[in-house]
Design a binder for this molecule. Structure first.
Ligand code: SAH
Length: 348
């Protein structure tokens, strides 16, 4: 099967049966070869630099009711909050001093942040931190809204597609959400000029090798700048609260496969991976990831932004996270850098 891995790397493509074989094999040597090959691809493109993104969780109000998500509308026991522009700028200041040069402003789909309010925040960050990249992850909006935010200074947008199979999408989301609109958003974002990230949870309910194969083919055809994948982790008081968590091992294998299919992609070792395994993020880097996204949100609100249970680092100060992560990443032979970490050969 090592030859299969070499073929996947050289063709930058995978067949359905190769995917099935790589996800189910119990041969440790083959799995290690997969990780090593992907890690070597990352090093060929990015060397031993790991990019960091400071995550600022803007709001946990959300109009959507995604079955998996811990801040879904129907959850009544969540203490809801919104950050002000000044609080966001405070997070940026802390982050800048710690060496962050990318801010990711993420939140639920919260109508309170209309274009005017969100553009006001983006312009303020743009003005205060001209050498930093601004990434937004605020869900589905209109094309006009995405354009206004881009004009206000945002450079990148993360919107996981969640699954590339429309039927599977319908089993993860209520009927008022649409797969077609999600994909429409991704295309609009890229046409406007954003560096765009898609992605999915590993081990979400009803996921199969077939749906994963579609995810990989979607990534191959869309050629996103970033791909965010992490294990599904059940969240209390949601329809999927009693479902099993996704597998760390499968997540690592998929990170490697994505690296082989799309060598230049920016690929985070996610917090969800670190939540399910004490060395999850380090293992992610050794399997081909090259980005980490530690939290810069104010400490008082972190627990309220629990997309899933037992989320990592909700009690830490940003500075503690930065030091701890740096130490962890050095055990892999790579290191964090003070850099915007743009997609290669991309100026914006
Ligand atoms: N509302 C925004 C961003 C916030 S959610 C949006 O829709 O893009 C960010 C990501 O967290 C989601 O895309 C989803 O893939 C992931 N997520 C949500 N609930 C999760 C859970 N229970 N386990 C693991 N990941 C989860």
């Amino acid at each position: 099967m090592k030859q299969t891995i070499d073929t996947i790397r050289s063709r930058r493509n995978i067949t359905f049966s190769q995917l099935g074989a790589l996800l189910t094999t119990g041969d440790k040597e083959v799995v290690q070869y997969l990780y090593d090959t992907a890690h070597a691809e990352t090093q060929r493109v990015y060397g031993d630099k790991i990019f960091m993104r400071g995550l600022i969780e803007l709001t946990n109000h959300c109009k959507n009711d995604c079955y998996y998500c811990g801040i879904r509308r129907s959850r009544t026991d969540v203490h809801r909050y919104r950050l002000t522009r000044d609080e966001v700028l405070e997070c940026c200041k802390t982050g800048y001093d710690l060496g962050f040069r990318t801010y990711v402003i993420q939140g639920g789909e919260d109508g309170w942040y209309d274009d005017e309010k969100l553009c006001d925040i983006v312009s303020a960050v743009r003005k205060g931190y001209p050498d930093c990249a601004i990434t937004l992850s605020m869900g589905e909006r209109s094309r006009e809204s995405y354009q206004r935010l881009y004009d206000a200074g945002a450079n990148r947008y993360l919107l996981r597609h969640e699954t590339a199979d429309a039927t599977h999408y319908g089993r993860l989301h209520p009927a008022d959400m649409s797969f077609d609109n999600r994909i429409r958003c991704l295309h609009d974002l890229r046409e406007i000029g954003y560096q765009v990230g898609c992605g999915f949870m590993v081990g979400s309910p009803y996921q199969t090798v077939e749906t994963l194969y579609k995810d990989l083919q979607f990534i191959r055809s869309f050629q996103p700048h970033m791909v965010g994948i992490g294990p599904f982790v059940p969240a209390a008081d949601t329809p999927f609260a009693d479902r099993p968590a996704g597998s760390v091992e499968t997540t690592l294998r998929l990170l490697s496969i994505i690296r082989l299919l799309h060598p230049t992609v920016l690929l985070p070792a996610t917090t969800a991976l670190g939540t399910l395994h004490p060395r999850g993020r380090e293992l992610g880097i050794l399997a081909g990831a090259n980005v980490v996204m530690p939290n810069l949100s104010p400490k008082d609100h972190r627990k309220d932004y629990s997309l899933y249970d037992n989320k990592l680092c909700t009690g830490d100060e940003a500075a503690e996270c930065r030091v701890c992560l740096d130490r962890r990443i050095r055990t892999t032979g790579s290191h964090l850098v003070v850099d915007r970490g743009d997609y290669p050969a991309c100026e914006n």
